[in-house]
Design a protein around this ligand. Structure first.
Ligand SMILES: [Zn+2]
Length: 178
């Protein structure tokens, strides 16, 4: 799957840097997709693994976004610092703010999963619901990457899309899809 996505990106855009990013990203997204459905299996090993994987995915996603938008975040924190009347370098404040936010988000991943998934093999094992969910995340990714080169945008969305392939692999292994 990773190879497929990488091949698609390479043949479409012909850049090695994007191809490598697509291969790695698609590999991770497919893996996360293949364990994601079992997050509804409470206290299971897959659940714990999925929680960890999701936390890593969320934190690295935030880190990537923060890196892309670092200048904006620094200028926002510079404003906040001057409004608060404290004397601190805005870059450090921005970094600390991003780290705190990432920690907080990682911390709510587990309880959120618990609240969202009550029954095993519920909505996370429904191919249609997962398709819609992947579509929503793909659209969000497209929106978040507006302003980047189209090639990079398409790569990001393709990588997110391979998450669904992972989900299908999982459902196939569960015997829920022919
Ligand atoms: Zn399952």
């Amino acid at each position: 799957m990773a190879l497929g996505a990488a091949g698609f990106v390479f043949s479409t855009f012909g850049t090695l840097r994007l191809t490598a990013a697509a291969a790695i990203g698609a590999g991770i997204a497919t893996f996360v997709g293949s364990i994601f459905p079992d997050i509804d299996h409470h206290a299971s090993v897959p659940r714990r693994k999925a929680t960890r994987a999701l936390q890593i995915l969320v934190v690295s996603g935030l880190a990537a976004l923060a890196a892309l938008q670092f200048e904006t975040i620094v200028s926002v924190s510079a404003t906040a610092i001057s409004m608060a009347g404290v004397d601190a370098p805005p870059e450090a404040a921005a970094g600390a703010g991003i780290a705190l936010f990432a920690l907080a988000v990682a911390g709510i991943v587990d309880p959120t999963l618990g609240a969202l998934t009550r029954n095993h093999r519920g909505w996370t094992h429904n191919p249609l619901i997962m398709f819609v969910l992947t579509g929503v995340v793909c659209s969000a990714m497209w929106y978040l990457t507006t302003g980047l080169a189209v090639a990079e945008q398409v790569t990001a969305v393709t990588v997110v899309g391979t998450f669904y392939i992972g989900v299908l692999i999982h459902l196939g292994l569960d015997g829920e899809v022919v």
